[in-house]
Design a protein around this ligand. Structure first.
Ligand code: GLN
Length: 238
């Protein structure tokens, strides 16, 4: 990969690929390419060493067993943690969110150590959270929309902060959603969430590039967002 090419690591898509969160990598690559910035998506599969040289790492959702397999692999091959220590951007969704925390307990009662990049602890909740979610985030970002499907509930400690309060849906389970510390950000939202929320995609790209990328108006994304916000208001699943 050329030095000027932004490297986007799609982490264990063969294990954490249940919810099509791999689309987040395509969104980032495409939004860079539309701006004339070279980017390459590198799929890091189970059994591969994890390179520490990439600029962005993306983790998706998966079942409990897949999640346990993934965290064992990432702890055995700590390239992602090393890269995060050097300022790489890390973005996790659902199982990926829980893996980035300090620990998570799966539905079989087994507690697994996470990667410790977020101050977040997850355990099973009373019932599966399934449906549309709307999150009010920090000023400057539009409300996030996405789809959740998880049993875990996550407590965010003082070393991280939640993305914001949920307007609809369950999220972390305490009225908040997601977590962020520095350039490590995670959420329960599928969609893929970066397709549904371009401002979030550009926030991550701004971190990776060192300055906010210019505007990229895509009117059809606005229409999709409005449609999903209406769906969440109706409390219906798509
Ligand atoms: N297995 C985790 C849970 O149920 C994550 C699910 C997911 O990634 N959608 O909480």
């Amino acid at each position: 990969m050329a030095d000027s090419t932004l490297g986007i690591g799609l982490v264990l898509p063969d294990v954490l690929g249940t919810y099509s969160d791999g689309g987040n990598a395509q969104v980032l690559e495409r939004r860079l390419r539309w701006r004339g910035i070279a980017a390459e998506v590198v799929a890091i599969r189970h059994g591969d060493a994890v390179p520490a040289t990439l600029d962005v790492y993306l983790l998706g959702g998966g079942e409990d067993d897949a999640q346990a397999l993934a965290v064992d692999h990432l702890r055995a091959h700590p390239g992602l943690q090393r890269a995060a220590g050097h300022g790489a951007v890390v973005f996790g969704v659902c199982a990926g969110f829980q893996i980035l925390g300090t620990e998570f307990t799966t539905s079989d009662g087994v507690t697994h150590s996470g990667l410790g990049l977020l101050d977040a602890v997850t355990g099973p909740g009373p019932r599966r959270a399934v449906g549309e979610v709307v999150v009010d985030t920090t000023p400057g970002l539009d409300p996030l929309t996405g789809f959740e499907n998880h049993l875990g509930r996550t407590r965010v400690g003082s070393g991280s902060r939640a993305l914001g309060p949920v307007r609809a849906g369950v999220g972390n389970g305490d009225g908040t959603e997601g977590a962020v510390t520095g350039r490590v950000l995670a959420t329960y939202l599928h969609g893929p969430v970066l397709a549904r929320n371009p401002a979030l995609a550009d926030l991550l790209l701004g971190w990776a590039l060192g300055s906010p990328p210019g505007a990229l108006p895509l009117p059809e994304v606005g229409a999709l967002r409005e449609e999903r916000l209406r769906a969440a208001k109706r409390g219906r699943q798509p």
